[in-house]
Design a protein around this ligand. Structure first.
Ligand SMILES: [Zn+2]
Length: 252
């Protein structure tokens, strides 16, 4: 029985029996893992507060390497992110981050850059009030770190660098096409040079500074259509939590 110690973020937690919970963690060292938390539903259990979704914890768990289900041994809160769960507008954005992680990652593969992306995005979600850019940033970086980085510098077919005019993007090719190649390959969306530059910025900036980017309204809408459709085309379905983000945005 190997004992594993790692930093982790709680992805989801469901009841398994009257006293136990099944918790999915995204761990820094071992990727996504599932653990049974024995006795976690009993009110006095010290793990109770640390198993809320989004909580950043020090986790100790054990089990055989060949197993897919582990046993939770200990969990200490580093940051509860309670203020995110207390604010509906922020809560659904955090849930959306967790859903993308859960849908796109397989169990048992260490993904430290993606762990860092989620950890820093949750801290930004906690601190910031202007959050649309953060969602776009998370979408495009999550895909890029998963090996699905969209090519927006040069034509995905003939490698011609495109520096002006309209950018025509194909979701199947996962990249832009120059004027000549786009006559032979159909494209799905178009955006301007300015929009392309904002997307590049979202891929490169420090996450904690994301709230300071001022994107004009029209370009913000174009970026949303682009990054969210990227998610749809790679996931093959609409994430369950996304309609809640949209309806929250419209009610504000
Ligand atoms: Zn081309």
């Amino acid at each position: 029985m190997a004992l594993h110690k790692t930093r982790a973020i709680v992805i989801k937690s469901i009841n398994l029996s009257e006293s136990d919970r099944l918790v999915t963690f995204f761990t820094k060292n071992y990727g996504k893992v599932k653990c049974v938390a024995k006795g976690a539903r009993k009110a006095k259990n010290c793990f109770w507060g640390s198993l809320e979704p989004m909580s950043l914890i020090h986790l100790i768990y054990f089990g055989k390497e060949t197993q897919s289900l582990y046993r939770l041994n200990h969990a200490d809160i580093i940051e509860s992110f309670q203020s995110i769960r207390d604010d509906f507008g922020k809560l659904y954005k955090g849930v959306y981050f967790l859903e993308l992680i859960d849908s796109m990652l397989l169990e048992g593969h260490s993904e430290k850059p993606i762990f860092n992306l989620l950890q820093q995005s949750l801290f930004a979600l906690k601190e910031e009030t202007k959050l649309d850019s953060l969602i776009r940033l998370f979408e495009v970086r999550m895909l890029s770190l998963s090996g699905l980085k969209p090519q927006i510098d040069h034509c995905v077919t003939c490698k011609t660098i495109i520096e002006s005019g309209t950018f025509r993007f194909s979701f199947i090719q996962n990249g832009i096409l120059c004027r000549s190649c786009s006559r032979r390959v159909s494209t799905d969306v178009q955006f301007t040079m300015g929009t392309r530059n904002y997307i590049k910025k979202l891929m490169e900036i420090e996450i904690k500074t994301c709230g300071r980017i001022k994107i004009p309204k029209q370009q913000e809408e174009d970026i949303e259509k682009f990054t969210h459709r990227l998610v749809l085309s790679h996931l093959g379905r609409e994430p369950k939590s996304y309609p809640f983000i949209k309806s929250m945005a419209q009610s504000i």
